[in-house]
Design a protein around this ligand. Structure first.
Ligand code: GLU
Length: 326
């Protein structure tokens, strides 16, 4: 690589950082949307927190706003647990229990793939609970340890749950219980339902920052190798499957519009985080707890729309190949 190209990379990074700073300024005043309140503890969050972070596959990191603020990962965990299940049990075993079709229904719909007698996809609650059912271990403690190990490999530090959110969801998660027992009645999951639900609520309550999420994104973008530690966290073929369901199902029932306009494999959580993965480039993460009617962060969606357009980040953008050099 000649020095001219290196300069080009530095300039593009500078352009990206300036744009992100400007977008953070432009979007911070948007106060549409409301925090999730069906988990009572989530309604108590600080509404004005706002952060954007990015990390490249070579470990270069950039962030603006409240990048050290911690929030619960919620449904973004579904993407990581899906990877763990595929890696542990293989595609065939997982596909028997959880399909890959977007539903167009809300994330907590009490519906199954009737034809295949399985959960529709791993990004809705039914699928995620069926995936959590597959976490190996003899009891809750052992299974929590399995999930904690996975998080640690992505984050580079021990995961910590927000106990208040975990308990709040345990106390009020009746809809998830309904979904789980329906799946038990169909033979899709094992009969240790309450334990699996507890584990599911625990995995959703893990605290992360946008810095953490950007690092997770960079790992997936880097075919499963964590750029900070050099460790292979998840296999490249599994990353491919994770990215595919993220693109088709990751943004709740807004996933189709998202794929069309933004075109970045992404997963959002009702805690207010969005994680986007630009394959072979890096991860982008946003946090703002004000959600739209689909459950996606209003400011986060806006940031991704702008970044996708300005930097040709849509997977199928004809101008995209240049970013591979960054
Ligand atoms: N723990 C949440 C639930 O199961 C996750 C939902 C989400 O982030 O979409 O309801």
């Amino acid at each position: 690589m000649g020095s001219g190209e290196v300069d080009g990379v530095a300039e593009r990074r500078q352009w990206f950082e300036q744009t992100v700073r400007r977008l953070h300024d432009d979007v911070r005043d948007i106060d549409d949307g409301a925090p999730a309140d069906y988990i009572p503890e989530l309604a108590t969050v600080d509404l004005d927190r706002f952060a954007i972070a990015a990390e490249t596959i070579d470990g270069a990191h950039f962030g603006v706003g409240d990048t050290a603020h911690r929030f619960t990962i919620q449904s973004i965990s579904k993407l990581l647990l899906y990877g763990l299940a595929l890696e542990t049990h293989g595609r065939e075993h997982v596909l028997e229990r959880v399909g890959v079709a977007p539903t167009g229904d809300s994330f907590n719909a009490i519906t199954l793939d009737e034809h295949g007698n399985r959960a529709p996809n791993p990004m809705v609650n039914a699928g995620a609970i069926a995936i959590t059912d597959l976490v190996a271990g003899d009891d809750l403690e052992a299974r929590v340890a399995t999930v904690a190990r996975m998080y640690e490999q992505y984050l580079g530090h021990r995961p910590e749950p927000d106990r208040a959110v975990w308990e709040s969801e345990w106390a009020t998660g009746h809809r998830n219980r309904a979904i789980a027992y329906l799946m038990l009645s169909r033979g899709i999951i094992d009969d240790r339902v309450e334990e699996t639900l507890d584990l599911y609520f625990a995995q959703c309550s893990v605290l992360v920052t946008t810095d953490d999420l950007a690092a997770i994104g960079a790992t997936i973008a880097n075919h499963g190798v964590n750029p900070r530690t050099g460790e292979q966290v998840v296999r490249p073929d599994v990353c491919r499957d994770m990215l595919t369901v993220a693109l088709t199902c990751g943004m709740y029932d807004y996933a189709g519009e998202w794929a069309f306009t933004v075109g970045i494999p992404a997963k959002s959580g009702v805690g207010g985080g969005i994680l986007g993965v630009i394959p072979d480039v890096g991860g982008i993460a946003t946090f703002s707890p004000r959600l739209d009617q689909f459950g996606n962060s209003v400011r986060g969606v806006r940031i991704f729309e702008e970044l996708s357009e300005q930097f040709a980040l849509h997977l199928f953008d004809p101008a995209r190949p240049w970013i591979r050099a960054t």
